[in-house]
Design a protein around this ligand. Sequence first.
Ligand code: HEM
Length: 472
Amino acid sequence: NFIEPPGHLVLGHALDMTSTQGRLNTSVLCSQFSAEALHALNKFFSYGKTVKIRLGPSIFPIAEGLVTEDYNLIEFILSSNKFLKKSLNYYFFRSWLGNGLLVSSGNYWKKRRKILTPTFHFEILKEFVDVFESVGNVLVDKLETYDGHPSVDLHPLVSLCTLDVISETAMGTKINVQSGQNSQYVQSVKEMCRIIVERLFSPIKLFDLTFFLSKDYYIQQKALKVLHGFTMGVINSRQRTPINTTTKKIAFLDLLLKISRDENALTVDEIREEVDTFMFEGHDTTASGISFTLYCLAEHSEVQEKVLEEQKALFGNEKNPVVTYSELQRMKYLEYVIKEALRLYPSVPVIGRLAREETEFDGYLIPRHTNVLISIFHLHRNPNYFPDPEDFKPERFERFDGSFPYSFIPFSAGSRNCIGQKFAVLEMKSVISKIIRHFEIRPTFPKHELELSLAVVLKSENGVKVVLRKRN
Ligand code: HEM
């Protein structure tokens, strides 16, 4: 069977995930540990490309599973309809996202995916470019206040920008969090993201019984009240307002309301779940992508220069052009840069699936109901597919011919891939190109070394710091 790296008799590998010393310490109870999860995976993969791990006694199915960086197994899983169900740890999203697209399964998921797919049609996405651009302008204004500072941590600023974008596009509502409004909503999003990550790794918070006794349970309930209350408030008010058919820009929520009215396909609660799913999946992921791309550009001035050249070829020296969808499409080099940044720093570093039935793979038996965690992070750094994998070389994507289609999967692959992929790339291009036109981005001195942490969304524990200099 698959190898199980040595671990604690009862707690299994929970200690590896939570403490570099392998000792039980307070980090098991609190949050400072997802950086250790990355080190732990590095260690586990020294035992094999696919290994068995557990975060507690093996009598609890939620606490154990396989973790893999093996191309062949990943291809097998993502292309098979026996692995369409999400692994058990997605359970922690349910209190917030209910049965939304990210976590649902079976026919329920199929039906919803079919309903939602047309809402991401490029004709609809095209109309969102204005939102990316105007919200991006607010970010540029904020970044200008850091001109010449010894360093600025991009992530929190970018994260507010992407939250503003997703709110306006998903709900048709400006929440202006970049201008300090709706701070309670922002705080609640943060709390929920933190609690979900903690529950994933902590053997104490993993189980409902012990989680319900913790302080975080009360924080979660409070945050959920704010989050659900906010979304429901927006839905109720949009329901009362007839959809303006004269404007081409229609928010996802309005499309869902229209579908539910015309075809009676979704209840109000189901719409709320999907909108919440977009709010979660659609902001932290793009914030991580934008911040890490800008960090890579700071570290590689020659690449930044080529990105700027591409901008000049499109817009001359104009820093604030009216950017169109087709111009974003023409930013080919920037697209390679974003891909290379997502290769090294995939916003979603690990995804999980559940074996629907007992399955044989390469002489190994994967029992029914096994959780299989796929490390996109490690897959993307495999030298067989990406020579000198630690180097940042956007040009490699000029030659990427798709012979190994599952070697680069920042948006996952197969029928459960990211529905928001095109939206995300457009948004990232819009915001990054705008920043590059306005600022020269330099590395900090001394160099800011990222402390990556393998949370639900990839983060750097010590921030993503660069130096900004306004361009003339
Ligand atoms: C850089 C940005 C993004 C990255 C890297 C990314 C990545 C991913 C990945 C890897 C998955 C598969 C998750 C899994 O199997 O557990 C996924 C699913 C999903 N993403 Fe994204 N995402 C991004 C942006 C977005 C945006 C902007 C939206 C919405 C506007 C979105 C909505 C979704 C949804 C709804 C799913 C679930 C799809 C399903 O299961 O059918 N994502 N994303």
